[in-house]
Design a protein around this ligand. Structure first.
Ligand code: LLP
Length: 418
């Protein structure tokens, strides 16, 4: 459920009409709804509250705008992050480092040092080499690094291959069969403190069953370790819960999390950590764009809009289907099938194909569910300044990232001196 609804013929973000945003800030523009972000965060946090200890660590990569992070930090959210840049964003947004888990297969020594100095909650370690690097860095600082091993439970998440991460063939995590030995070896490392176990099997999952299978495997590992005298404090089940882009019917966060909580009833001492990204942000945002030209063809009709693959790459990269709707409904126009495409010079530059729309040149369109992996994956390809970002809060509209200026495009570049 989100707060993007039609009032009469016009699509609103909460109490703000989208044409007003386009008039004041231009297009293309990402628009987020604060109330939707809060609602989605609560869906996880409230369901998890049935367990004695729990923490939502929002996956920053989904949308890392400072205002988004700040809204979540104020709700008490922790953060799952994958780079020193994301960690700096969390701090700049007022996030609490003690609620940060640091994932990712390629952490540098600098990133480890910075995170250790800040006192993050946990490093989600993805390889033996990483464990040794972390031991060295922690030793050099005279600190103990809190560690969870990210295990790869070899489970088919049944999602797009590019966003499936829990299979043996994927680069992520440590083979769960090798994990007990690695924990035992890690126990001997002087500057490592073993605090948890985690996994993340993929993204945009539409069933709970693969999650629950992974949970079983993690709990089994926890039991094996306990028998060995290694008592972990937390279990981190990753992110990955899907959202509705089209006809998908993923479980609601509350349904999924309450099943996890029920299974954890015999583990009251374990803290439950979740890392949702998409389920919090996707349907809390839209990409607002304007139709520049309608170009009829013999085989296809094209609606050429002012947003492109550089603004929103999901359709081009994953063949992702994202809903595209007119911002103002016009019943007087006939419907027509269009490919909705951007101005970038690539055949793959489309936002949607074969969409039935009643539109004219100059009309506004909204690409729905664009709040996650939208702006964060955007680029300057074709020297296109990145879009503005707006957050709506009731009747108020906040510019949370200004549209890039022309000179931003070559910032930091140098012409050779003669
Ligand atoms: N935790 C870890 C360790 C992750 O790698 C990810 C996402 C998440 C949590 C959050 O997953 P979520 O709840 O958002 O599914 N760009 C792709 C999605 C890539 C997801 C990568 N990892 C897309 O646009 O579909």
């Amino acid at each position: 459920m989100d707060y993007f609804n039609y009032q009469g013929d016009t699509l609103f973000a909460e109490q703000v009409a989208l044409p007003t945003i386009a008039a004041n800030y231009g297009t293309p523009t990402y628009v987020y709804s604060k109330a939707t972000i809060e609602k989605h965060y609560h869906a996880f946090a409230d369901a998890a509250a049935a367990h004695p200890h729990s923490l939502v660590c929002y996956a920053v990569k989904a949308n890392s705008n400072l205002a988004v992070l700040n809204v979540l930090a104020k709700l008490g959210s922790g953060f799952d992050l994958v780079s020193g840049g994301e960690l700096r964003r969390v701090i700049a947004a007022g996030g609490d480092p003690a609620k940060v888990v640091f994932s990712g297969v390629g952490k540098t020594a600098d990133e480890m040092r910075f995170a250790l100095q800040l006192g993050i909650k946990c490093f989600n370690v993805e390889s033996v080499s990483e464990l040794h690097r972390l031991q060295e860095v922690a030793q050099s600082l005279g600190k103990k690094a809190p560690v969870s091993l990210r295990v790869n439970p070899d489970i088919d998440a049944k999602t797009h291959p590019y966003i499936s991460t829990g299979l043996k063939a994927n680069k992520f995590g440590i083979d769960i069969l090798l994990a007990p030995d690695i924990y035992r070896a890690a126990r001997e490392l002087s500057h490592i403190e073993l605090v948890g176990v985690d996994c993340h099997i993929g993204s945009q999952l539409t069933e709970t069953q693969p999650f629950l299978e992974a949970l079983e495997k993690l709990l089994h590992l926890i039991d094996v370790l306990k028998a060995d005298g290694i008592q972990l404090k937390h279990i981190d089940i990753g992110g990955g819960l899907g959202v509705t882009y089209d006809q998908e019917q993923p479980p609601l966060p509350a349904d999924y999390i309450s099943k996890v909580v029920a299974r954890l009833s015999s583990y009251p001492e374990l803290e439950l950590i979740m890392e949702p990204g998409r389920a919090i942000m996707a349907n809390a945002g839209i990409l607002l764009t304007k139709v520049e030209f309608l170009k009829p063809g013999q085989e296809k009709h094209f609606a050429i809009v002012d947003a492109a693959m550089n603004d929103l790459i999901r359709p081009a990269l994953y063949s992702a289907w994202m809903n595209i709707v007119p911002v103002v409904l016009n019943n007087t126009l006939g419907k027509q099938l269009y490919d909705v495409v951007g101005p970038v010079c690539e055949t793959g530059d489309f936002l949607g194909k074969d969409r039935e729309l009643a539109i004219s040149e100059g009309d506004l369109l909204a690409v729905r569910s664009a709040g996650a992996y939208g702006f964060t994956m955007s680029s300057n390809y074709n020297s296109r300044p990145r879009a503005a970002e707006i957050m709506v809060d009731g009747e108020r509209c906040h510019l949370i990232r200004a549209r890039e200026q022309w000179q931003d495009l070559w910032q930091g570049e140098q012409i050779l001196a003669d």
